[in-house]
Design a binder for this molecule. Structure first.
Ligand SMILES: Cc1cc2nc3c(=O)[nH]c(=O)nc-3n(C[C@H](O)[C@H](O)[C@H](O)COP(=O)(O)OP(=O)(O)OC[C@H]3O[C@@H](n4cnc5c(N)ncnc54)[C@H](O)[C@@H]3O)c2cc1C
Length: 510
């Protein structure tokens, strides 16, 4: 998480998750409830209603598919127009959604954002300024967050557990760390967001892996490689031999970490904070329809026809002029039924566990990186480090990033969550000495089979917004962008602007 430090490491445990083996339930298993959320149910729903015809229809000018950051950012551009946004889940947010237990809110996915240098693209900055989310700090020369109470104290920011050893951050004192840093410094100020702004002279870095790039410049020890891979998995869902050199360099160099303390913003509800701000900015609260799955999109002479499965589990036909598709692209083969896949993405499966504990766990740091041998368990964040926290509960949010080959393990975990929860509690106790079990009241598990696109070599597109036709425009991080809030937000803004621009040009020509 801390991209400035430079390492010294080790390895450790391993979760039997890879093998699908969890320890037998221990006799002293704590008394807590478990809630599992998985989007696998969307597939079941599609299959069960595949032969059902629409029972109703309506017309609207524009449709947005998907209520993650990208879809909602697109909605901010269509405010005041006739549009509807459909979200399959029971809430908005996608991988930036939040949940609550009693009166305690917590993130179920994306949980932080960092202040922005002036060189970043102006569209996202303008939107966040208009929503009073950021303001420019003349002293630091960064766009910083207006709700300062959600900025994490530097002293509580991070620690890393490695082979039973506690170090400041993942790259602390690692052999080769200085050389690695020196290599990266050549790209200072060049790794912009959105990535479409990165100058062409750096695009070649998108054609090779990060490991190849590092090895072309220095000797890469196993230790350094493992620690870099941990950091790549943490943000990009792939190890350093899987992600592109551009993604790898971007991770370390996209902000001036070497010169300043870049404020890290983490509200209790995580990046759902931005979702709520954007929804509040749009004039039409009724335009957001959750629990509504888009099952097909068809181009017709005067626009598009979209079939949705409503919350009442009926099929409705929507006629629209244009659609912005901001759902994950791996499902397009069912929805658009194109002959060839439109996107060639690999997706990392992720699991997020929120442990809601009564007060009493003595643990202070916000980000707790845990570097194990297999690297699938990444560690956890701790709500106690957030200044505005619940009076009754602390929430420990643990993250696993699985290899694509282990996606099927999510099914087993969904079916037998209890052993997996116990296994994770034991892992946290073994690695960090922290016992959550005695204080645990509830566990939320979120399983995401296609959580984030892995930025492999060749993945980044540097394009504005891809489209299928002038009536079907794509948005989302998985359109050749890095899996980050800024990229999702920019792609949604661009899609909304492009859609309106096309309409303007058409009216002008007409
Ligand atoms: C575990 C995890 C942690 C992360 N942490 C961070 C972080 O801290 N900071 C950061 O900047 N980024 C983080 N990210 C990256 C994150 O993915 C992006 O920041 C952003 O949330 C992606 O938004 P999106 O709109 O592109 O995609 P998604 O969030 O995937 O949204 C797509 C939405 O479309 C909906 N949908 C799909 N198909 C249909 C359909 N047919 N009908 C209706 N709805 C549909 C889905 O349900 C979903 O809500 C994290 C990602 C993960 C997985």
């Amino acid at each position: 998480m801390n991209r400035r430090g430079f390492i010294q490491i080790s390895s450790v445990a391993l979760l039997p998750i890879l093998l699908g083996i969890f320890p037998k339930p221990s006799k002293d298993r704590g008394k807590y409830s478990i809630d599992v959320k998985s989007n696998r149910s969307f597939g079941h729903l599609l299959r069960s209603l595949s032969k059902t015809d629409p029972v109703s229809e309506r017309s609207v000018d524009y449709v947005i598919v998907g209520g993650g950051v990208a879809g909602i950012a697109a909605a901010t551009q269509l405010s005041g127009k006739s549009f509807v946004l459909f979200e399959a889940d029971d809430r908005l947010g996608g991988s930036s959604a939040s949940d609550h237990w009693k009166d305690t809110v917590f993130a179920m996915g994306a949980h932080y954002e960092l202040a922005y240098p002036e060189s970043f693209g102006k569209e996202v900055i303008d939107l966040l300024k208009r929503m009073n989310v950021i303001r420019f700090n003349d002293y630091s020369k960064l766009y910083e967050f207006v709700d300062e109470q959600y900025v994490i104290d530097k002293a509580q920011m991070e620690q890393c557990f490695l082979k039973g050893e506690l170090i400041d951050d993942v790259l602390s004192d690692v052999e080769g760390g200085d050389k690695f840093e020196e290599i990266l410094m050549a790209f200072k100020g060049k790794m912009l967001l959105p990535t479409r702004l990165i100058e062409e002279e750096y695009h070649y870095l998108n054609t090779i892996s990060f490991k190849e790039f590092i090895e072309s410049k220095m000797t890469l020890s196993d230790d350094l490689e493992r620690r870099i891979s941990y950091q790549m998995l943490d943000d990009w869902g792939g190890k350093c031999d899987e992600v592109s050199a551009l993604a790898g360099i971007h991770y370390y160099m996209c902000r001036p970490y070497d010169e300043k303390d870049v404020p890290l913003f983490s509200p209790p509800n995580g990046n759902s904070y931005f979702i709520e701000k954007m929804v509040g900015y749009v004039d039409e609260p009724d335009a957001f329809e959750v629990n509504t799955l888009v099952r097909s999109i068809r181009e017709v002479e005067d626009g598009v026809e979209i079939e949705v499965i409503t919350p009442a589990r009926e099929v409705e036909l929507i006629r629209a002029k244009k659609v912005i598709y901001a759902g994950q692209k791996h499902a397009l083969k069912y929805i658009l039924r194109t002959e060839k896949p439109l996107f060639d993405n690999s997706y990392a499966p992720w699991l997020v566990l929120n442990f809601i504990c009564r007060k009493g766990v003595d643990f202070d740091k916000w980000q707790n990186d845990v570097v194990t041998d297999n690297l699938e368990f990444l560690g956890f964040v701790n709500s106690r480090a957030q200044k505005t926290r619940s009076k009754d509960y602390d929430v420990f949010t643990a993250y696993y990033c699985l290899s694509e080959l282990n996606r099927e393990q999510l099914v087993k975990i969904e079916e037998e969550p209890a052993d997996f929860v116990e296994s994770t509690i034991d892992l946290i106790a073994d690695e960090t000495g922290t016992n959550l079990r005695d204080y645990l009241e509830h566990v939320n598990i979120k399983l995401m089979g296609h959580a984030m696109p892995i930025p492999k070599p060749g993945y980044l597109s540097f394009k504005d917004v891809p489209s299928h036709s002038s009536n079907i425009i794509f948005a989302g991080v998985d359109t050749g962008r890095l899996p980050l809030f800024y990229e999702a937000c920019d792609s949604g803004i661009q899609a909304g602007k492009n859609l309106l621009e096309e309409i303007k040009n058409k009216n002008y020509e007409g």
